[in-house]
Design a protein. Structure first.
Length: 281
């Protein structure tokens, strides 16, 4: 039973917080969220005010919904946060980097809304599924993976994605969360290339990316091990990461793991273009 001291009117400026609220059965208290929250968690949009995100939301817009808790994640507008706090509204700022951080966020939100046991259940479910996939991949060859969360500039995916890649039988090349170059990726010659661009859904133009970066001779391209994974499955630090793990496992070891939701492989067009180019030389 939810505590009588739990916040009754929550504004979520972060998709991961909205997904966590849904997972712990606490969406009833949500009065406003962003359009990005609604994209990832469609049931959150019904009958609720849509506000701007953590970076662009104004304090007036947020306070007009009469919240008693606002949840956001970095980066956010310090001016807006100051106004929210001056109004006497509780503010929870999230900044996870690892899976352990994400578990803490789930436990914290569940505790604040008065359902700590449900938070523990969600965490245990995530951990159990990650370990199940890890066991399945334990006897498979380790494949090197470059996974990017943005294309221009080129940025490697976050540390929690590196952990999921490791559980799925791979090894992330590059430093998680930091910028790199197409030349550095080409030199590393990964076995698998994965693009999960923030805000792009599953619409990363893989063929164009490979062509413009001159990656035709990279091992992953030659083997057609180039994939797009839907943004919300890897870049939303919440229980949805389990689906991201399934997509990663299917990309890294398709011989072992089945096709997963949100996973798209590069088309045959790129390989055909390589073949035509080779014949013309």
């Amino acid at each position: 039973m939810q505590s009588s001291h739990a916040p009754a009117r929550i504004v979520s400026l972060q998709p991961s917080a909205t997904v966590i609220l849904a997972a712990i059965g606490a969406l009833d208290g949500l009065v406003a969220c962003t359009r990005y929250c609604a994209d990832v968690c469609p049931q959150a949009a019904a009958g609720r005010t849509i506000v701007a995100d953590s970076w662009s939301a104004s304090a007036d817009q947020i306070l007009s919904t009469r919240p008693d808790l606002v949840i956001a994640a970095v980066p956010y507008q310090e001016k807006s946060v100051s106004a929210i706090l001056r109004a006497g509204v509780r503010f929870l700022g999230l900044a996870p980097r690892t899976l352990a951080d994400i578990y803490v966020d789930i436990a914290a939100i569940a505790g604040i809304v008065g359902v700590p046991p449900r938070g523990e259940e969600v965490i245990e479910d995530m951990q159990r599924e990650i370990e199940r996939v890890r066991r399945q991949a334990s006897d498979l060859p380790r494949r090197t993976v470059f996974c990017e969360e943005w294309g221009k500039p080129l940025i490697a995916s976050q540390p929690w994605v590196a952990e999921l890649i490791e559980a799925a039988g791979g090894e992330l090349l590059g430093t998680p969360g930091l910028q790199t170059t197409p030349e550095a990726v080409e030199a590393a010659n990964p076995d698998v290339l994965i693009a999960a661009w923030c805000g792009a859904g599953d619409r990363v133009p893989l063929e164009k990316v490979v062509r413009e970066r001159g990656w035709s001779e990279v091992a992953a391209v030659r083997a057609r091990s180039v994939y797009c994974i839907a943004d919300e499955l890897l870049n939303t630090p919440a229980p949805t990461l389990v689906e991201g793990l399934h997509a990663l496992a299917a990309a890294i070891h398709p011989e072992k793991f089945p096709q997963a939701r949100g996973l798209r492989r590069i088309s045959d067009v790129t390989q055909e273009a390589r073949s035509r180019g080779a014949r013309l030389v």
